[in-house]
Write a protein that binds this ligand. Structure first.
Ligand code: SF4
Ligand code: SF4
Length: 116
């Protein structure tokens, strides 16, 4: 079935109970339906980063709605409004090629270790 975008969401909530983020936080705003409402209003909120990108919402949606969270994140990051954790992750990937190795600044800040 063809995927539809968030603007076609009818807000039925059938996607909600299998969303791991909603199940953990029990807040409507973080549910796929809550995110769809924000996307419809073109509100690129940091809440888009509260998503595992698991795709369960699309799987459970009778209309096959794809929220395209990655695109929303990209837009937020381009505007420089993404969370600090995301900025650090991007910096690490650019510098070290992976998200796990701390940057030199983080090593100095955390352990007081200076680069030789
Ligand atoms: S995304 Fe689909 S399942 Fe979820 S509220 Fe919208 S129409 Fe319903
Ligand atoms: S993709 Fe995101 S919004 Fe959809 S079910 Fe998974 S965690 Fe929830």
């Amino acid at each position: 079935m063809k995927k539809l975008n968030a603007k076609k969401c009818v807000e039925c909530g059938l996607c909600k109970n299998d969303c791991p983020v909603y199940r953990a936080l029990l807040r409507e705003t973080v549910s796929p339906r809550g995110k769809a409402k924000l996307i419809k209003k073109e509100m690129a909120e940091n809440i888009m980063f509260l998503c595992t990108l698991c795709g369960a919402c699309t799987q459970n949606c009778p209309y096959n709605i794809d929220l395209e969270i990655e695109k929303m994140r990209e837009k937020i990051a381009e505007e420089g409004n993404d969370p600090e954790a995301n900025k650090r992750l991007i910096k690490r990937i650019r510098k070290n090629g992976n998200p796990y190795v701390p940057t030199e600044e983080e090593k100095i800040g955390r352990f007081g270790v200076k680069k030789l």
